[in-house]
Design a protein around this ligand. Structure first.
Ligand code: TYD
Length: 209
């Protein structure tokens, strides 16, 4: 695994639905900007045309065969990385930090449910890794409690599935533990601002490249 390329200054947040990946991604983006550092916040599924199709599947309004969604995520990710104007790689080359709310680790955690871990791993095997991965660790009961306050749930946002998704996340963290990617497992049950400060301190203690 350690031969996989790393994209410098690319940072990813991962966690179960309700773990707070969106909140912490946005907080971190603010921290970079308030320190006069160039930073772009992004997410997967993306807001592009493939991402929009994915959202329709996630909402349950379109039913697809096992494997279709995994492959849609791969296409969305390809565009997200390699688009030569807005892609992650070009933005990092231009000197920005890029923060993505979810990346390929979500595919390993979620699409493995109906397509198998090894198949999903194979589909995603050629993608480069971020320099930093923050995994927000929150027990599935707490995530479910947080999700219950939302209006409509997506297809994966069900307690029984979340437990299985967490097992797949742990499997994917193990899989990448020998790589050059920095994996930070954070206690996502902490106070939002406190956690944000700890995340920032982990990055700001590094030399700015
Ligand atoms: P989420 O990031 O929570 O955004 P929102 O708050 O807009 O719902 O939801 C995205 C969903 O997409 C989440 O349930 C995880 C799922 N997902 C996958 O199943 N595979 C993937 O590869 C990615 C990136 C996301």
């Amino acid at each position: 695994m350690d031969k996989t390329d790393i994209i410098k200054n690319f940072i990813v947040f991962e966690g179960l639905d309700g773990a707070g990946t969106t909140t912490q991604s946005k907080l971190l983006e603010k921290m970079f900007k308030s320190n006069n550092l160039k930073c772009v916040g992004t997410c997967e599924p993306t807001t592009g045309f493939i991402g929009k199709a994915i959202r329709e599947v996630l909402s349950g309004s379109i039913k697809v065969a096992p494997g279709t969604i995994a492959k849609l995520f791969v296409s969305d990710r390809h565009e997200h990385l390699y688009n030569d104007e807005t892609g992650i790689i070009v933005q990092c080359k231009r000197g920005s930090f890029v923060i993505s709310d979810r990346y390929l680790f979500s595919s390993l955690a979620y699409q493995s449910l109906d397509y198998g871990f090894d198949n999903v791993r194979e589909l995603n095997s050629s993608f480069p890794l971020p320099e930093h991965l923050f995994f927000l660790d929150v027990p599935s009961e707490i995530c479910q409690h947080r999700l219950n306050t939302r209006n409509s749930l997506e297809i994966y946002e069900e307690y029984a599935l979340q437990e299985k998704i967490l097992i797949n996340y742990n499997k994917s963290l193990d899989l990448y533990s020998g790589t050059k990617m920095n994996i930070h497992i954070m206690d996502g049950t902490m106070d939002i601002t406190e956690l944000g400060k700890i995340i920032w301190s982990k990055l700001s203690s590094l030399p700015i490249k």
